[in-house]
Design a protein around this ligand. Structure first.
Ligand SMILES: [Fe+2]
Ligand SMILES: [Fe+2]
Length: 324
């Protein structure tokens, strides 16, 4: 049994993300290494009596120390970090690329937490708010696919893959002129599309090497279990749930888990299918290299063409051009 003070109960945080003008709603700890044990000691208190000291700390820009919060405060931290980041995204004169980098970092922290430690609905809801921030970064239309590819993580992890798919879905939707509410839902569905993988053992998810047939069968459950997770939460619309449940359907049929064909597959799921495959091809795994954009698009068109809605595939190829 681990003690309450052991490292698994503490979560590293990015202090620079927090707004120096807001009050702390959680305690902050630092890590002390004694002869043979690691301890976490209170560093900044949420107690209002220490408000000025804490603000000074948050405002210091050359801060290097690694800081932590207790796992029970994660939701509060994600909330406060998202609010501080919203202020930065809306009011700062930083470039859309700089803003998106910060939003990407926070999203990675949230999805990593969800997939590898705490798959609770409270953590998952954090993704609703980061999708909003992503939209704000994409609104200016300066980033495009080209800008995004510089920011996104090139090593494949389920949690970064989820963010990448969300971002690609939103960018594609913006480029083809979809209305704002649909851009938002596509972003959310993209972020959540593999949510069912949180129910699969981490040994399979993080396996270094290709999956066996049995392991692949286990992975295939994630579309159905993902649908159940989101329906159970009761706060997601049909389109988002369809993206989660149908993103492995193939346009010519024989996909999973329903074996739908053509336009019986929901439009949002057909878009997700494109961005899902594109991100899988252009990221690196221990057993395969990351393909360049042009290589990935060529494979999608020539070897996997039947899997996609042909109109959407052509639009995607057109829009993924180097400066699009
Ligand atoms: Fe999937
Ligand atoms: Fe995926």
């Amino acid at each position: 049994m681990s003690s309450e003070n052991s490292s698994e109960h503490f979560h590293p945080i990015d202090i620079k993300i927090l707004d120096s003008k807001s009050d702390l709603v959680f305690n902050i700890f630092n890590r002390v290494q004694d002869a043979n044990e690691e301890r976490f000691v209170l560093y900044a208190s949420k107690d209002p009596r220490y408000r000025d000291k804490v603000r000074e700390l948050l405002a210091s820009s050359d801060f290097m120390e690694e800081l932590f919060i207790h796992e029970d405060d994660l939701t509060l931290y994600f909330e406060q970090a998202t609010n501080s980041l919203r202020d930065f995204v809306v009011n700062s004169s930083a470039t859309p690329e700089k803003k998106m980098e910060k939003v990407y970092d926070l999203s990675r922290d949230i999805t990593h937490q969800f997939f590898e430690a705490n798959s609770s609905p409270e953590i998952l809801r954090g993704s609703d708010q980061v999708v909003e921030l992503m939209e704000k970064c994409l609104e200016s239309n300066e980033l495009g696919f080209h800008g995004l590819t510089k920011i996104i993580e090139k090593d494949y992890y389920t949690y970064t893959h989820s963010i990448n798919v969300g971002l690609y879905c939103m960018t594609f939707a913006l480029k083809i002129g979809m209305p704002a509410d649909e851009v938002h839902e596509l972003g959310l569905g993209g972020m959540l599309h593999d949510v069912g993988k949180s129910k699969i053992p981490l040994e399979i998810i993080n396996k270094k090497g290709p999956l066996s047939e049995e392991e692949f069968e286990v992975i295939k459950n994630h579309t159905e279990s993902g649908e159940k997770v989101l329906k159970g939460m009761g706060c997601y619309g049909d389109k988002v749930i369809q993206m989660v449940g149908q993103h492995h359907e193939k346009y010519a049929g024989k996909g999973y888990h329903r074996g739908l064909v053509g336009n019986d597959i929901a439009l949002f799921a057909r878009i997700c299918k494109l961005t899902d495959v594109y991100d899988a091809l252009t990221t690196r795994r221990s057993y395969k290299k990351a393909l360049k954009t042009i290589e990935a698009l060529t494979i999608m068109k020539t070897k996997m063409g039947q899997d996609f809605d042909p109109k959407l595939l052509n639009a995607f190829i057109r829009l993924m051009g180097p400066k699009a």
